[in-house]
Write a protein that binds this ligand. Structure first.
Ligand code: FAD
Length: 552
């Protein structure tokens, strides 16, 4: 059985039932993925359970930066800046094919929240705290140099600028590559399985009650320790254990991103700037044929499962972008996609959304449920270390003998990163391109999704072209779908189109063009009926309409 193949799900369910797990993780976002990898490599028999698809929650809806959190310097969160700053170098080394250096321009404007001197000092401190490599350290620019770097900036308010580096990623792919590695090393992970309650013995949690959402079957899973890593759902899951939760609780805030075609805002690099009306900051990040812009930060009290982009969010971002790039005049009709995510932050009385700390916190219930909330995509490794420390403490308290080795995740590359250096990675990519030069663009796209696993996809496409007499481009689509089903547990078209490839966000036009072909491939491999195929296509079209349906 291949444990990450959607075709072998029944065997996985049997293993799940028959095993006494050391550690059960609820939630398949970046936090759960990090704990899975840490747990497995420290000798624990570990399983991760996700109610929807992996990275279905906030971990596919962030700004997609592995960053040191420059803006937290303004709030004097020095420790946080240092930790995530150091972490980004580790995440980059371990996930090279999906974490790429991104040059960022910070325009300094009249009446902005950062002046020339504060920006220069701030960026210097940032470089120092994050131990930034020499070639990526900040460079301060004059007004003229800033305009030369980005001629579309608002010259009327510009007084200077700074160039520095962040790292861009695909949050959902980072999550799945970590899960794949953890499973390769002996862990287990299942999607479409919801935890609905707990199993207790002597007033302590000794397992979870789980619903297999595909078969609507109730299953008991036994485990010595249970971690709740459900992001915005943390309090909901805590309430399954203690209906009146004690102590700290979550405060969700919503963040929205808008996507426009590159022609509408053709930037030379990413830009990070002040919003005139409230002094918050917004990113504009070019990516292949699009630019995405965001984010907002507003208190959120509504339903957690499906946050949406409202017209108010759209106006806020477009007003800020049009003010900073006056020639662009972006309109809501220029938007080709959006996403909205919820930050699982810790409630603090009287604080505005942007003032709430991004630090993670751990809560432990009377009956032993360990919950973790807050934090950043970038800090997932450190969060998992803190969780494993709590598990050790809990074991000591209850006299449970268990050998938990030291953390190794710093040295473990994620699936798809077999490269010791950038040079090695470029050489691998060049060799792949040489196999099919006329498809260079598409091969690069695959490579920065799957890294060294792209070899399998290309080999299969070549085979398919020979056998079926289809074009190489068509064969590549089939091979990619096949790979994702058999190695990334893709069960629905949305899994593939939204989280494994990001097509709904980054390439919505190609998504709709290729929808039928993707559906055909999934039908053939997963044995769907025609009705099932039609329903799956309908759901992707609906998702496409929903991201553009801006309610007031
Ligand atoms: P999630 O990703 O939400 O995962 C929780 C999972 O638990 C979900 O998939 C859910 O389906 C599952 N679940 C819930 N209930 C159950 C149940 N009963 N049974 C089984 N599974 C369950 N961080 C950065 O470092 N860089 C950034 O650029 C950045 N930008 C951001 C921008 C925005 C707009 C937002 C909202 C956040 C951003 N963050 C960023 C923060 C980062 O995205 C989050 O901290 C992180 O993704 C949270 O991951 P998580 O795994 O804790 O939660």
């Amino acid at each position: 059985m291949s444990k990450m193949s959607a075709l072998d799900r029944s065997e996985l369910i049997s293993e799940l039932k028959d095993t006494d797990w050391d550690l059960i993780i609820i939630g398949g976002g970046i936090t759960g993925a990090g704990i899975l990898l840490d747990g497995v490599t420290r000798g624990l028999k570990t399983i991760l359970i996700e109610k929807q698809d992996f990275a279905w929650g906030t971990s596919s809806r962030s700004t997609k930066l592995i960053h040191g959190g420059l803006r937290y310097l303004k709030q004097l969160e020095i420790g946080l800046v240092r930790e995530v700053g150091m972490e980004r170098a580790i995440v980059y080394k371990n996930a090279r094919h999906i974490v790429r250096p991104e040059r960022m321009l910070l325009p300094i404007v009249e009446n902005g929240s950062l002046g020339k001197t504060t920006s220069a000092i701030g960026l210097w401190i940032y470089d120092w705290l994050a131990d930034v490599d020499k070639e990526e350290r900040r460079i301060m620019l004059t007004r003229e140099e800033t305009l030369k770097a980005e001629e579309k900036l608002n010259a009327d308010i510009l007084i200077g600028g700074g160039l520095y580096y962040e790292y861009r990623t695909d949050d959902a792919r980072l999550t799945i590559e970590i899960i794949k590695k953890a499973v390769e090393l002996g862990g287990a992970a299942i999607n479409y399985a919801e935890v609905s309650g707990f199993i207790y013995q002597n007033e302590q949690i000794v397992g979870v009650k789980m619903i297999d959402c595909l078969k609507n079957e109730n299953i008991g899973v036994n485990g010595k320790c249970v971690v709740n890593a459900t992001g915005p759902w943390v309090d909901k899951v805590r309430k399954l254990d203690e209906p009146m939760i004690r102590g700290k609780r979550l405060q969700l805030t919503k963040g929205v991103h808008l996507v426009v075609p590159k022609e509408k805002l053709n930037l030379n690099q990413s830009v990070y700037f002040d919003v005139a009306e409230d002094g918050r900051m917004i990113f504009c990040i070019p990516r292949a044929e699009i630019v995405y812009m965001g984010t907002t930060d507003t208190m959120y009290e509504s339903q957690v499962d499906q946050p949406t982009t409202t017209m108010k969010d759209v106006k806020y971002i477009l007003t800020a972008v049009n003010h900073m790039f006056p020639g662009t005049d972006l309109k809501p009709t220029d938007i080709i996609s959006t996403w909205a995510g919820l930050r699982p932050l810790i409630h603090e009385d009287g604080k505005d959304p942007s003032e709430l700390s991004r630090k993670d916190e751990i809560f432990i219930s009377k009956r032993g449920l360990i919950s973790i909330a807050g934090g950043k995509l970038t800090g997932y490794r450190k969060m998992s270390e803190r969780i494993l420390k709590e598990i050790k403490k809990k074991n000591e308290q209850f006299g449970i003998e268990q050998d938990i080795g030291p953390s190794q995740s710093k040295e473990i590359p994620v699936s798809g990163n077999t490269f010791g250096s950038e040079e090695e990675m470029s050489a691998h990519l060049d060799a792949l391109i040489n196999k099919a030069k006329e498809h260079e663009h598409r091969i690069k796209q695959l490579f920065f999704r799957y890294g060294s696993n792209t070899d399998q996809i290309i080999e299969m496409a070549q085979q398919h072209t020979l056998n079926e007499g289809t074009s190489f481009e068509q064969a590549l689509i089939f091979a990619e779908v096949d790979y994702a089903i058999k190695n990334e547990m893709v069960l629905t078209m949305s899994d593939f189109c939204i989280r494994r490839t990001g097509m709904l966000y980054f390439d919505p036009i190609r998504l709709i063009e290729n929808l039928e072909q993707i559906a055909d491939a999934m039908q053939e491999i997963l044995g769907w009926s025609n009705e099932k195929k039609d329903e799956e296509m309908r759901l992707v079209r609906l998702a496409h309409r929903m991201v553009l349906d801006f309610q007031d």
